[in-house]
Design a protein around this ligand. Structure first.
Ligand SMILES: Cc1cc2nc3c(=O)[nH]c(=O)nc-3n(C[C@H](O)[C@H](O)[C@H](O)COP(=O)(O)OP(=O)(O)OC[C@H]3O[C@@H](n4cnc5c(N)ncnc54)[C@H](O)[C@@H]3O)c2cc1C
Length: 404
């Protein structure tokens, strides 16, 4: 890792070290650009590393990028941008091979990828690395970037962005005061705002404390257009009990491998593999009707019947979830668990084109901070994909812009 002086300059400056920022930084470095990767706290701190369930790509014999795109459009209620969706799904298989080239080892079975069907999907399409998919992807990207000539700027929180003669000047709050950095182009990859939003609402969130959204605000104040910023997503299956699991997102792959949602009477009240917004709403409605259950500390919940998952599936695809519950004294394979929706994802964000460029020339955005790819309702497994596909695109395009 190279540390940089307070008044450094780069060809490409990436803000944020989650999957999208790391993918952009690796891509820009491979293009030959002089890259700086600035991030609010440590390089490891992000939402991406917490992602468990998996990443979508059409590899099944009965699947195609077109069917993947249709599933996204339907789940988004036709609010997603078809141009971005087409890029996302057509580049998905290539993005998976790129991640493999960088060292990610996706779980395999019967000679191919182990593909699960996730909520809203019409096909088995979700690749996994056990239930630590985001950890595996960020680790591979980070190690690749750290082996490059790119610089890391930890503990650099973006506080301002201004046009400059050579491109852009970004200001950062650091431990030693405010640092100003010039760059030919900038990639905003600072994630969403659900941690801050949940604190504001007095609710639980699955998010990392750095998910506070100020970079979106800075970009909008600088003139970038945004869309669907009001569309925040609840993960249908937040852990509701025990207390140590509150705010934990129970992987949706529990439902992909057979778990179902039950009300207080033990009845299935919704399609457990429906789109996220539909499943979350069904849980809210069931509790509202008085058919939910109460956790031992008096919170609303319904049951997730995880006892229907085959132990062999759980061992391969849910080991981390099992470990966490078992260490809290509950075995999900022998007893049902309490669940309730929890604030999880910012669906909307900065408007981008197919190269991930925002409406500000030379400012790119990728990952959760960008809007359009998922419309107002994201499907599970498409965010890590978006980070990889549009992170890569942003990195290459930002490097090309800077060298033009
Ligand atoms: C618990 C959990 C499980 C999930 N499971 C899945 C899944 O199975 N599949 C899937 O596809 N998606 C999943 N998601 C969603 C997905 O992981 C995230 O949406 C995605 O990884 C976001 O990546 P990102 O690079 O955009 O942002 P993040 O990974 O959130 O990274 C943002 C980075 O920006 C930095 N930053 C923030 N503000 C500033 C600032 N002012 N200045 C500088 N840096 C800043 C942060 O410190 C961080 O490094 C999950 C999310 C969570 C929280």
């Amino acid at each position: 890792m190279r540390l940089v002086p307070m008044h450094a300059s780069f060809d490409v400056l990436v803000i944020g070290s989650g999957a999208s920022g790391l993918a952009a930084a690796v891509a820009a470095d491979r293009f030959g650009a002089h890259v700086g990767l600035a991030t609010k706290t440590t390089v490891q701190a992000c939402n991406s590393a917490k992602a468990q369930g998996g990443i979508q790509a059409a590899f099944g014999d009965d699947d195609s990028p077109e069917i993947h795109a249709e599933d996204i459009m339907r789940s988004s209620h036709d609010t997603a941008d078809p141009r971005l969706v087409s890029v996302l799904t057509s580049e998905a298989p290539g993005a998976i091979h790129w991640l493999e080239e960088l060292g990610v080892e996706f779980t395999r079975s019967n000679g191919g990828y182990r593909l699960a069907r996730c909520g809203g999907a019409s096909r088995h399409r979700l690749l996994q690395v056990g239930d630590r998919t985001g950890h595996a992807i960020t680790k591979a990207l980070r190690e690749t970037y750290e082996a490059s000539t790119g610089a890391e700027l930890p503990h650099h929180a973006l506080v301002g962005l201004e046009p400059a003669s050579s491109g852009w000047t970004a200001s950062f709050q650091t431990k030693d005061g405010v640092a100003e950095i010039d760059s030919g182009s900038v990639v905003l990859a600072a994630g969403g705002r659900c941690y801050a939003e949940a604190e504001h609402r007095g609710e639980f969130s699955t998010n990392h404390p750095n998910a506070t959204g100020e970079v979106t605000r800075i970009a909008v104040e600088t003139g970038a257009q945004a869309r669907d910023l009001d569309a925040l997503q609840y993960h249908p299956n937040g852990g509701a009990w025990p207390a140590t699991m509150q705010g934990y997102s129970i992987p949706e792959t529990t439902r992909a491998y057979g778990a179902v949602l039950l009300n207080a009477d033990g009845e299935e009240f919704t399609d457990s593999l429906g789109p996220r917004d539909a499943v979350s709403q069904a849980i809210f409605d069931e509790v509202e009707k008085g058919k939910g259950v109460l956790t031992p500390d008096g919170r609303p919940a319904v049951w997730l019947d995880t006892t229907r998952i085959k132990p062999e599936d759980a061992e391969i695809s849910l080991p981390y979830m099992l470990r966490r519950y078992r260490s809290a004294g509950i075995d999900p394979l022998t007893e049902r668990i309490y669940t309730y929706p929890v604030l999880h994802y910012q669906n909307g964000g900065l408007v981008i084109d197919e190269d991930a460029e925002t409406t500000l020339e030379g400012v790119f955005a990728c990952g959760e901070i960008a809007g359009g790819t998922h419309g107002r309702n994201r499907m599970m497994g498409n965010s890590l994909l978006e980070c990889t596909v549009f992170g890569r695109r942003a990195g290459y395009a930002a490097a090309a812009r800077s060298s033009a």
